[in-house]
Design a binder for this molecule. Structure first.
Ligand SMILES: *Cc1c(COP(=O)(O)O)cnc(C)c1O
Length: 357
């Protein structure tokens, strides 16, 4: 049976990425060796990381003066690296979920943190819009897409003169944004780019070196900027896979084309949920709804059917639609590599289930 992959992360990758990576595991670049066993200092791998850097810059339209880094440690390590490197006195944070709260917790180890607004009062089912960022902050951090709750800020928040830092782990490459407003952007690769094991960091070079802090070598962005992400052994295989996805993104027409498709996929699924008898979206405000992670539950009168729907969906080839334990219900992640065909299959599955009960 055809499987439809709605996992939230690690998550669906393009067939182009998977096939080329599988091939390189057997024979990388006609070296007669596997990508798993070659030196990261080989000229063949240098070409991979160079092209991956260049494609990130091209696809996101990154201006001069920024570096693209490929780091280990996951997005979670960035929760600490960001304040270590950028927080001198005070930073502003927007609390929109578990990931944002984890970032806030780490930042507090390094300075004053002003949590300008939080949506915790309603289990993070909306994006706070009514806040002001104190203008003496070193930066303002927000999470652009809240993977667990299915909320998203699709427009850069207004932080006045304060420069932006964003965790874009689960929506990078799904929308156009103006990199020049940002000091730093980070994204764990396993949501929209590659297998787990690598995190992309895009950093404005001028933002570094002002924290007044002595930093461990590996936790200092400047180390990785100077050495082109090759100070130590980078995650070779995930970077190779990321390159395949980036090539595929370019071939698909770039971020603008991906965004158009993502918007259409999400609109279709939300429409099916909103018009259904049994299901209801957990994020009421349309403006706050994520186009990457669509969260929904059974209406109260059908609550006891949630388990039955999960079983039914599984029997029909739907994988990974169980909601996060903090939200319950269902979550369909519609990352860039997920085809419209899978959205249609899920909608059909929901229709059949409703007809049955
Ligand atoms: C998954 C996720 C993280 C955590 O990523 P790790 O790579 O597992 O550390 C952080 N932020 C967001 C928005 C995520 O979706």
């Amino acid at each position: 049976m055809k499987k439809h992959n709605f996992y939230a992360g690690p998550s669906i990758l393009s067939q182009y990425t998977i096939r080329n990576t599988a091939e390189a595991v057997l024979n990388f670049d006609n070296m007669g060796l596997s990508i798993l066993e070659i030196s990261h200092r080989s000229k063949q791998f240098q070409a991979v990381i160079d092209e991956a850097d260049a494609l990130v810059k091209e696809l996101l339209d990154i201006p001069e003066g920024y570096s693209v880094l490929w780091l280990g440690g996951g997005a979670s390590m960035q929760f600490a690296m960001v304040p270590m490197n950028l927080l001198a006195k005070k930073a502003g944070y927007l609390d929109t979920g578990v990931w944002a709260s984890k970032a806030i917790k780490e930042a507090k180890l390094f300075g004053d943190v002003d949590v300008v607004a939080s949506s915790k009062d309603r289990n993070y089912t909306y994006i706070p819009r009514d806040f002001t960022v104190p203008q003496d902050c070193d930066y303002f951090h927000y999470t652009s897409n809240n993977t667990i709750y299915g909320t998203e800020l699709r427009k850069d928040p207004d932080a006045g003169r304060v420069r932006l830092v964003a965790d874009m782990s689960s929506d990078i490459f799904s929308r156009k944004f103006d990199v020049s407003k940002y000091d730093l952007i980070y994204a764990g690769a396993q949501k929209n780019l590659a297998p787990s094991g690598v995190t992309i960091v895009i950093v404005r070079n001028d933002a570094l070196g002002h924290s007044g802090r002595v930093l461990p070598t590996m936790l200092n962005y400047e180390t990785h900027v100077k050495k082109g992400s090759m100070f130590n052994t980078p995650p070779v295989l995930p970077i190779f896979a990321a390159l395949q996805t980036l090539r595929w993104y370019k071939e698909q027409g770039g971020v603008e084309a991906l965004e158009k498709r993502d918007l259409a996929k999400a609109a279709k699924l939300y429409e099916a949920i909103d018009s259904s008898r049994m299901f209801v979206a957990t994020v009421p405000n349309h403006e706050d709804r994520s186009i990457m992670n669509v969260c929904f539950v059974m209406k109260p009168e059908y609550k006891e059917l949630e388990g039955a729907f999960l079983d039914f969906a599984g029997e029909h080839g739907m994988v990974g639609v169980k909601g996060h334990r903090d939200v319950g219900g269902f979550r369909a992640s519609l990352y860039n590599a997920l085809p419209m065909e899978s959205v249609d299959a899920l909608i059909e599955c929901m229709r059949e289930f409703q007809a049955k009960y």
